[in-house]
Design a protein. Sequence first.
Length: 312
Amino acid sequence: MEAKHSKYQRLIEHCKSLPPMKTAVAHPCDASSLEGAVEAARLGLIAPILVGPVERIEAAAALAGVAIAGFALVDAPHSHAAAAAAVQLVREGKAEALMKGSLHTDELMGAVVSRESGLRTERRISHCFVMDVPLLEQALIVTDAAINIAPTLDVKMDILQNAIDLGHALQFEQVRVAILSAMETVNPKLPSTIEAAALCKMVDRRQVTGALVDGPLALDNAISVEAARIKQIDSQVAGRANVLMVPDLEAGNMLAKSLSFLAGADAAGIVLGARVPIVLTSRADSLLTRLASCAVAALVADARRTSDKVLR
């Protein structure tokens, strides 16, 4: 077993070699969101632009004992306006990532998905947890546990591709996706097994690319080589998955929280499928988890820069 947090520490150390990511921080009006942004800046992960009511941001910084004198400030009267202004900074090319401050997730994502002024792409927006599970040697991606409640098959195709792209940004040697259900056989009475099988065929037809994908798989035979052997599952993914794709948000939420509260895992969060990566933190997140979320976003942003250079 690796030491707790070792995967996050390696991730953060690696990102110190990258240029700081210009990040619009929406409504950082409490101690935890300011401390996360300031520490991420100190480590060279981000170059924050603090967006919100300037007087409240400065008061919160003073109360928390956090120095923000060197950071850019963009005044916005309230949280909705801060979300809109942060998104506008991205649209103007002044920021290459968004970070949630002390506003509700719905407020930030409402500005992101606005058809007129948001950051939509052709790809469906989805959420990934990058989990540091002490029992596992490598970080584990869990998707989607925060945005898409009951995704249809076409939405799942985008969720899958987003997660695969994230695995490459995190420099997984090989991305191995288990599409989870309650069983490992296709059962017409359980729609998630049929959709898992369809997604695997989409991979065969290169509608989704970049990974080894298998499903349906139950959780035990997705992560345990012994469970897969006992059930005689012949698969390059079974027992070795580093991405777990869940059938719906309820399953994903319960899986992620089970890993956190029963297995001692930490869960860095990122939203993908928009024009830029979005650091989506929780009020309960530790400082290290907030930093890891910034590091994940920095790697995604760097992968996009590299891709843009190749396309040119």
